[in-house]
Ligand binder design. Structure first.
Ligand code: MLT
Length: 244
């Protein structure tokens, strides 16, 4: 069966919410929000509540039981003062997150997820769970929108390469004749650099920012492929593992 049409949006600011209606939306923020969400759920977190800003995060955190909830996230890559955790996926160990719900606030990633919330099907993708995402898209009847979080309205190369990798795998390595411009760009980038993902991502603008702030361990980790076989989905504003 021919895969459904795909398109790619390159930042959380590059579209209006109604454009996502009736589409399956795959949200991508390789460095680092979606990689962190996948890791936290893989390590036993119960769920993740994505929020749009600090005000919303603090309102939710004041209304819940602090034994079961963690306040997490970053602003411009730096852990927010008073939060339990920042946005390094390596912080989200089983000891740190088992059974907890994370209230998660990041610069671009959680904003993109919030903006996708009007779509009936929202999935969370990273290189870490790429094949689980692709498998969930095979046979999908709605059009598929790959929503890259980007950085403050700009394209991020790491998100675009993952969008290209997903499209490549979904179409068995062939670019459909009727591909949209967004699909062509992402597919082409992946075709050119797919063998050297880590080297390319290491040279990205956001990797340069992160190296200065926290070193390169997070980046190396976020480039690993298929170490988590799980599909996080957003339902009623909460992300959890899809159990069918
Ligand atoms: C974001 O949401 O913009 C990122 O995840 C930033 C980061 O690397 O912490």
């Amino acid at each position: 069966m021919k895969p459904k049409n795909t398109d790619v949006f390159f930042s959380a600011q590059s579209f209006d919410e109604p454009e996502l209606r009736n589409k399956v939306v795959v949200v991508i923020d390789v460095l680092r929000a979606t990689s962190t969400i996948v890791t936290a759920l893989s390590n036993g977190a119960k769920s993740v509540i994505p929020v749009g800003d600090m005000g919303e995060a603090s309102k939710i955190s004041q209304s819940v039981d602090s034994d079961n909830y963690l306040l997490c996230g970053e602003k411009d890559g730096v852990k927010i003062q008073g939060y339990d955790h920042g946005n390094s996926p390596l912080e989200y160990t089983p000891e740190a997150v088992k059974g907890k719900t994370l209230i998660f606030n990041t610069t671009n990633g959680t904003k993109a997820i919030k903006k996708a919330a009007g779509s009936p099907k929202v999935r969370i993708a990273s290189f870490l769970n790429m094949s689980a995402v692709v498998d969930s898209l095979i046979g999908e009847e709605s059009d598929i929108l790959l929503l890259c979080a980007g950085w403050k309205g700009r394209l991020a190369v790491e998100d675009t390469i993952l969008a290209g990798a997903i499209i490549h795998k979904l179409n068995n390595g062939t670019l459909p004749d009727d591909a949209t411009d967004g699909t062509r760009v992402a597919f082409g980038l992946y075709e050119k650099y797919g063998e050297n993902i880590e080297q390319v991502i290491m040279k990205s603008n956001h990797a340069a920012r992160l190296v200065k702030l926290v070193g390169s361990d997070d980046i190396e980790y976020c480039c690993r492929r298929d170490i988590c076989n799980l599909l996080p989905v957003l339902k009623h504003g909460i992300i959890s593992i899809n159990n069918g």
